[in-house]
Ligand binder design. Structure first.
Ligand SMILES: N[C@@H](CCC[C@H](N)C(=O)O)C(=O)O
Length: 288
């Protein structure tokens, strides 16, 4: 961390209980090392969070499309391309700070620009882009926890996912360690793993083990990957059959509504809440 001379402002927020430390840094003065991020996200010695959102002005090509860049980091300090719950919380912060102009807002991320919309019901929706199938549309990988192995779909939502349908969410066990994925070469930078059960037509529930954060209460990109995996399993492909598909995805921390349109574009809607605002003791920050 570059040396802070005075208390550093922060906020804390969550989207379906996927929780984040938010650091407003409009002029890009904070130089956060992975160790700094891990200390801030530590639930005992720091502020606590599944990840960190640094709010900084977009630069370079992205600045032509979006004023703000979501610098997302996982709780262990690693960098990730995209965070679906995080981008809604990021947007909520901008709205609350008076930095969001209008109801529709582009936000730059490492996976490209995502458009968020402030909905009348209080939720925030976000255009999540198109799902990719890096191992091929029909190909599966496998996910192993302990003695159990399941086939899984390899889906990329800007960040990597392995989606496994299971009989019971408890089958995934305690998920203290990252599930093993085979072939590991399919995921050179690691992966997020989702375990999914059916909850009725157009409705599924998940548990997730997030790369760099462990088991969390929700994952927005993961919920989108799950929606696509469920739709394909159910014989639905909106780009091919000309009808959009909507699924409700129950996560341990709430509910997300996800639609895949006939052009393959995915929109996710859900809550985003700011719960606290304060300052970080700069002496503590500078101890790193
Ligand atoms: N919780 C996020 C995903 C955060 C990044 C992920 N852990 C990764 O490393 O790809 C979401 O809501 O999408």
């Amino acid at each position: 961390m570059s040396i802070a001379q005075q208390p550093v402002p922060f906020l804390k927020g969550h989207g379906t209980e996927n929780d984040f430390v938010i650091l407003p840094d409009p002029d890009g003065r904070l130089d956060l090392s992975p160790a700094d991020v891990a200390r801030l996200c530590d639930r005992r010695a720091g502020l606590g969070g599944d990840g960190l959102l640094r709010v900084v002005r977009a630069t370079g090509e992205a600045a032509a499309e979006a004023e703000w860049f979501m610098d997302y980091r996982n709780a262990d300090g690693s960098v990730a391309e995209m965070c679906g719950n995080g981008v809604r919380v990021f947007a909520r912060y901008l709205q609350r700070a008076g930095l969001a102009k209008g109801d529709d807002l582009p936000i730059a991320t490492r996976a490209g620009v995502r458009r968020v919309r402030f909905e009348d019901d209080g939720d925030i929706s976000v255009g999540m882009g198109v799902a990719a199938f890096p191992s091929g549309p029909g190909e599966t990988v496998t996910v192993t926890v302990g003695e159990r192995t399941w086939p899984a779909r390899h889906i990329d939502m800007g960040n990597p996912h392995a989606v496994a349908f299971v009989d019971d969410l408890a089958d995934a066990g305690r998920l203290f360690d990252p599930p093993a994925v085979h072939p590991a070469t399919a995921y050179p930078r690691g992966t997020n793993v989702e375990f999914v059960v059916d909850r009725g037509p157009g409705r599924v529930a998940l548990r997730v083990h997030e790369r760099g954060s462990g088991e969390t209460r929700s994952c927005g990109t993961g919920a989108c990957a799950v929606m696509v995996a469920a739709a394909r399993r159910d014989g639905r492909d909106p780009a091919a059959d000309g009808r959009s598909a909507t699924y409700v995805v129950d996560v341990p921390g709430g509910r997300l509504r996800i639609t895949e349109d006939t052009d393959g574009r995915i929109t996710m809607a859900g809550p985003a809440v700011i719960v606290a605002e304060g300052t970080i003791d700069h002496h503590w920050l500078n101890l790193a």
